[in-house]
Write a protein that binds this ligand. Sequence first.
Ligand code: ATP
Ligand code: MG
Length: 244
Amino acid sequence: MGIEIRDLKKSFNGKEVLKGLNLDIHDAEVLTVIGGSGQGKSVLFKHMLGIFKPDSGRIVIDGVDISKLSDDELLKVQSKFGMLFQSAALFDSLNVYENVAFGPRHLTDMSERAIRKRVAEVLDMVSMPGSETFAVASLSGGMKKRVALARALATSPKYLLYDEPTTGLDPLLAESINDLILALNRQTKISAVVVTHDMHSAFKVSDRIAFLHDGLIKEIGTVDEIKKTKLESLKNFINAGNSV
Ligand SMILES: Nc1ncnc2c1ncn2[C@@H]1O[C@H](COP(=O)(O)OP(=O)(O)OP(=O)(O)O)[C@@H](O)[C@H]1O
Ligand SMILES: [Mg+2]
Protein backbone atom coordinates (compact mmCIF):
# COMPACT_ATOMS: atom_id res chain seq x y z
CA MET A 1 0.00 0.00 0.00
CA GLY A 2 3.01 2.29 0.38
CA ILE A 3 3.83 5.41 2.35
CA GLU A 4 1.81 8.64 2.30
CA ILE A 5 3.26 11.81 3.76
CA ARG A 6 0.77 14.66 4.03
CA ASP A 7 1.39 18.28 4.96
CA LEU A 8 4.34 17.38 7.18
CA LYS A 9 5.65 20.28 9.25
CA LYS A 10 8.64 20.21 11.57
CA SER A 11 10.58 23.00 13.26
CA PHE A 12 13.65 22.91 15.45
CA ASN A 13 14.26 25.83 17.80
CA GLY A 14 11.84 28.03 15.88
CA LYS A 15 13.38 27.20 12.48
CA GLU A 16 10.95 25.49 10.13
CA VAL A 17 12.76 22.65 8.31
CA LEU A 18 9.75 20.87 6.74
CA LYS A 19 6.99 23.26 5.71
CA GLY A 20 4.02 21.11 4.73
CA LEU A 21 5.77 18.40 2.74
CA ASN A 22 3.79 15.92 0.63
CA LEU A 23 5.27 12.70 -0.75
CA ASP A 24 4.00 9.26 -1.76
CA ILE A 25 6.17 6.17 -1.96
CA HIS A 26 4.64 3.40 -4.01
CA ASP A 27 5.10 -0.30 -3.43
CA ALA A 28 8.14 -1.86 -5.11
CA GLU A 29 9.54 1.39 -6.54
CA VAL A 30 12.93 3.02 -6.11
CA LEU A 31 12.32 6.63 -5.12
CA THR A 32 15.29 8.94 -4.69
CA VAL A 33 15.15 12.13 -2.64
CA ILE A 34 17.71 14.70 -3.75
CA GLY A 35 18.41 18.06 -2.19
CA GLY A 36 21.17 20.18 -0.74
CA SER A 37 22.86 19.81 2.61
CA GLY A 38 20.64 20.79 5.51
CA GLN A 39 17.41 20.73 3.47
CA GLY A 40 15.90 18.07 5.73
CA LYS A 41 16.47 14.76 3.96
CA SER A 42 17.60 12.94 7.10
CA VAL A 43 14.84 14.62 9.11
CA LEU A 44 12.34 13.24 6.57
CA PHE A 45 13.82 9.71 6.97
CA LYS A 46 13.54 9.97 10.74
CA HIS A 47 9.85 10.84 10.45
CA MET A 48 9.23 7.77 8.28
CA LEU A 49 10.93 5.64 10.93
CA GLY A 50 8.88 7.25 13.71
CA ILE A 51 12.05 8.57 15.41
CA PHE A 52 10.75 12.16 15.03
CA LYS A 53 7.11 13.14 15.59
CA PRO A 54 5.61 15.71 13.23
CA ASP A 55 4.55 19.12 14.58
CA SER A 56 1.58 18.63 12.26
CA GLY A 57 0.66 16.48 9.30
CA ARG A 58 0.42 12.74 8.75
CA ILE A 59 2.73 9.85 7.93
CA VAL A 60 0.66 6.89 6.83
CA ILE A 61 2.44 3.56 6.37
CA ASP A 62 0.38 0.81 4.75
CA GLY A 63 -2.78 2.59 5.88
CA VAL A 64 -1.60 3.27 9.46
CA ASP A 65 -0.97 6.84 10.68
CA ILE A 66 2.20 6.34 12.73
CA SER A 67 2.07 9.64 14.59
CA LYS A 68 -0.76 8.27 16.74
CA LEU A 69 0.76 4.91 17.74
CA SER A 70 1.88 3.63 21.12
CA ASP A 71 5.54 2.57 21.40
CA ASP A 72 4.60 -1.11 20.99
CA GLU A 73 2.52 -0.48 17.90
CA LEU A 74 5.26 1.72 16.48
CA LEU A 75 7.81 -1.05 16.93
CA LYS A 76 5.67 -3.28 14.74
CA VAL A 77 5.63 -0.69 11.96
CA GLN A 78 9.37 -0.06 12.37
CA SER A 79 10.05 -3.74 11.76
CA LYS A 80 8.89 -3.16 8.16
CA PHE A 81 11.98 -0.99 7.60
CA GLY A 82 15.58 -1.79 6.83
CA MET A 83 18.05 1.06 7.07
CA LEU A 84 21.42 1.41 5.41
CA PHE A 85 23.24 4.10 7.35
CA GLN A 86 25.76 6.37 5.66
CA SER A 87 28.59 4.98 7.76
CA ALA A 88 28.07 1.23 7.60
CA ALA A 89 27.66 1.24 11.43
CA LEU A 90 28.62 -2.42 11.88
CA PHE A 91 29.75 -3.93 15.18
CA ASP A 92 33.50 -4.06 14.55
CA SER A 93 34.22 -6.58 17.28
CA LEU A 94 31.77 -9.14 15.84
CA ASN A 95 32.14 -11.27 12.72
CA VAL A 96 29.94 -10.99 9.64
CA TYR A 97 27.51 -13.68 10.84
CA GLU A 98 26.91 -12.03 14.22
CA ASN A 99 26.33 -8.67 12.53
CA VAL A 100 23.81 -9.95 10.00
CA ALA A 101 22.06 -12.19 12.56
CA PHE A 102 21.53 -9.24 14.90
CA GLY A 103 18.14 -8.11 13.53
CA PRO A 104 16.56 -11.58 13.23
CA ARG A 105 17.70 -12.42 16.79
CA HIS A 106 16.37 -9.28 18.39
CA LEU A 107 13.33 -8.47 16.25
CA THR A 108 11.95 -11.89 15.24
CA ASP A 109 11.32 -15.25 16.88
CA MET A 110 13.27 -17.16 14.22
CA SER A 111 15.19 -20.22 15.41
CA GLU A 112 18.99 -20.12 15.22
CA ARG A 113 18.78 -22.65 12.41
CA ALA A 114 16.39 -20.45 10.41
CA ILE A 115 18.61 -17.44 11.11
CA ARG A 116 21.66 -19.33 9.79
CA LYS A 117 19.78 -20.03 6.57
CA ARG A 118 18.56 -16.43 6.24
CA VAL A 119 22.07 -15.03 6.84
CA ALA A 120 23.44 -17.27 4.06
CA GLU A 121 20.63 -16.11 1.74
CA VAL A 122 21.18 -12.39 2.26
CA LEU A 123 24.99 -12.69 2.02
CA ASP A 124 24.37 -14.37 -1.31
CA MET A 125 22.09 -11.50 -2.39
CA VAL A 126 24.86 -8.96 -1.76
CA SER A 127 27.47 -11.13 -3.53
CA MET A 128 29.34 -12.11 -0.37
CA PRO A 129 28.43 -15.79 -0.07
CA GLY A 130 30.31 -17.78 2.55
CA SER A 131 31.72 -14.74 4.37
CA GLU A 132 30.05 -15.56 7.72
CA THR A 133 33.27 -16.08 9.68
CA PHE A 134 35.12 -13.02 8.33
CA ALA A 135 36.10 -10.42 10.92
CA VAL A 136 34.38 -7.10 10.19
CA ALA A 137 37.56 -5.21 10.99
CA SER A 138 39.32 -7.02 8.12
CA LEU A 139 36.79 -5.96 5.45
CA SER A 140 37.26 -3.21 2.83
CA GLY A 141 34.87 -0.25 2.74
CA GLY A 142 32.86 -1.76 -0.09
CA MET A 143 32.54 -5.12 1.66
CA LYS A 144 31.38 -3.38 4.83
CA LYS A 145 28.67 -1.61 2.84
CA ARG A 146 27.54 -4.98 1.46
CA VAL A 147 27.45 -6.58 4.90
CA ALA A 148 25.49 -3.57 6.21
CA LEU A 149 23.04 -4.07 3.36
CA ALA A 150 22.78 -7.79 4.17
CA ARG A 151 22.05 -6.85 7.77
CA ALA A 152 19.29 -4.46 6.65
CA LEU A 153 17.80 -7.21 4.48
CA ALA A 154 17.96 -9.97 7.07
CA THR A 155 14.58 -9.21 8.64
CA SER A 156 12.88 -9.17 5.20
CA PRO A 157 11.85 -5.50 5.31
CA LYS A 158 9.15 -4.10 3.07
CA TYR A 159 10.89 -0.73 2.89
CA LEU A 160 14.60 -0.13 2.60
CA LEU A 161 16.02 3.32 3.32
CA TYR A 162 19.45 4.13 1.95
CA ASP A 163 21.18 7.25 3.33
CA GLU A 164 23.88 8.35 0.83
CA PRO A 165 24.73 4.79 -0.29
CA THR A 166 27.45 5.83 -2.77
CA THR A 167 28.88 8.97 -1.18
CA GLY A 168 32.60 8.66 -0.54
CA LEU A 169 33.06 5.47 -2.58
CA ASP A 170 35.33 5.23 -5.62
CA PRO A 171 33.44 5.25 -8.94
CA LEU A 172 33.67 1.48 -9.54
CA LEU A 173 32.49 0.66 -6.05
CA ALA A 174 29.70 3.24 -6.31
CA GLU A 175 28.62 1.59 -9.55
CA SER A 176 28.53 -1.84 -7.91
CA ILE A 177 26.31 -0.47 -5.12
CA ASN A 178 23.98 1.08 -7.74
CA ASP A 179 23.79 -2.31 -9.48
CA LEU A 180 23.03 -3.96 -6.16
CA ILE A 181 20.19 -1.52 -5.35
CA LEU A 182 18.66 -2.25 -8.76
CA ALA A 183 19.14 -6.02 -8.54
CA LEU A 184 17.61 -6.19 -5.05
CA ASN A 185 14.63 -4.25 -6.25
CA ARG A 186 14.05 -6.61 -9.14
CA GLN A 187 14.49 -9.73 -7.01
CA THR A 188 12.29 -8.62 -4.13
CA LYS A 189 9.20 -6.47 -3.77
CA ILE A 190 11.07 -4.04 -1.53
CA SER A 191 10.37 -0.31 -1.91
CA ALA A 192 13.62 1.60 -1.75
CA VAL A 193 13.95 5.20 -0.66
CA VAL A 194 17.38 6.57 -1.46
CA VAL A 195 18.79 9.88 -0.26
CA THR A 196 21.75 11.06 -2.30
CA HIS A 197 23.71 14.00 -3.69
CA ASP A 198 25.11 11.72 -6.39
CA MET A 199 23.15 12.62 -9.55
CA HIS A 200 24.69 9.80 -11.59
CA SER A 201 23.45 7.32 -8.99
CA ALA A 202 20.01 9.00 -8.81
CA PHE A 203 19.58 8.82 -12.58
CA LYS A 204 20.70 5.20 -12.66
CA VAL A 205 18.65 3.59 -9.88
CA SER A 206 15.44 5.63 -9.64
CA ASP A 207 11.94 4.94 -10.87
CA ARG A 208 11.13 8.44 -9.62
CA ILE A 209 13.13 11.32 -8.20
CA ALA A 210 11.84 13.88 -5.68
CA PHE A 211 13.58 17.24 -5.18
CA LEU A 212 13.47 18.50 -1.59
CA HIS A 213 14.07 22.23 -1.38
CA ASP A 214 13.05 24.91 1.10
CA GLY A 215 10.97 22.49 3.18
CA LEU A 216 8.88 21.08 0.35
CA ILE A 217 9.05 18.53 -2.46
CA LYS A 218 9.30 21.07 -5.26
CA GLU A 219 9.37 18.57 -8.11
CA ILE A 220 8.79 14.85 -8.51
CA GLY A 221 8.91 12.69 -11.62
CA THR A 222 10.63 10.03 -13.65
CA VAL A 223 14.30 10.36 -14.52
CA ASP A 224 13.40 11.80 -17.93
CA GLU A 225 10.96 14.29 -16.45
CA ILE A 226 13.53 15.45 -13.89
CA LYS A 227 16.21 15.84 -16.56
CA LYS A 228 13.84 18.12 -18.49
CA THR A 229 12.84 20.23 -15.48
CA LYS A 230 12.08 23.91 -15.91
CA LEU A 231 12.65 24.60 -12.20
CA GLU A 232 15.71 26.84 -11.84
CA SER A 233 16.78 25.58 -8.39
CA LEU A 234 16.61 21.95 -9.58
CA LYS A 235 18.50 22.70 -12.81
CA ASN A 236 21.25 24.33 -10.74
CA PHE A 237 21.38 21.35 -8.39
CA ILE A 238 21.67 18.86 -11.26
CA ASN A 239 24.30 20.90 -13.09
CA ALA A 240 26.39 21.36 -9.95
CA GLY A 241 26.26 17.59 -9.40
CA ASN A 242 27.28 16.78 -12.96
CA SER A 243 30.30 19.05 -12.85
CA VAL A 244 31.79 17.34 -9.77
N1 ATP B 1 17.67 16.73 16.35
C1 ATP B 1 17.75 17.95 15.81
N2 ATP B 1 17.69 19.06 16.58
C2 ATP B 1 17.76 20.30 16.04
N3 ATP B 1 17.90 20.53 14.73
C3 ATP B 1 17.95 19.48 13.91
C4 ATP B 1 17.89 18.14 14.39
N4 ATP B 1 17.99 17.29 13.34
C5 ATP B 1 18.11 18.08 12.26
N5 ATP B 1 18.10 19.40 12.58
C6 ATP B 1 18.18 20.53 11.64
O1 ATP B 1 17.32 20.28 10.54
C7 ATP B 1 17.91 20.75 9.31
C8 ATP B 1 17.91 19.64 8.30
O2 ATP B 1 18.85 18.63 8.68
P1 ATP B 1 19.05 17.26 7.93
O3 ATP B 1 20.06 16.50 8.69
O4 ATP B 1 17.75 16.61 7.69
O5 ATP B 1 19.66 17.73 6.53
P2 ATP B 1 20.06 16.84 5.28
O6 ATP B 1 19.22 17.30 4.12
O7 ATP B 1 20.00 15.41 5.64
O8 ATP B 1 21.56 17.31 5.03
P3 ATP B 1 22.88 16.47 4.61
O9 ATP B 1 22.79 16.33 3.11
O10 ATP B 1 24.00 17.38 5.01
O11 ATP B 1 22.87 15.16 5.34
C9 ATP B 1 19.28 21.29 9.69
O12 ATP B 1 19.19 22.68 9.82
C10 ATP B 1 19.57 20.65 11.02
O13 ATP B 1 20.39 21.46 11.80
MG1 MG C 1 21.44 13.87 5.93
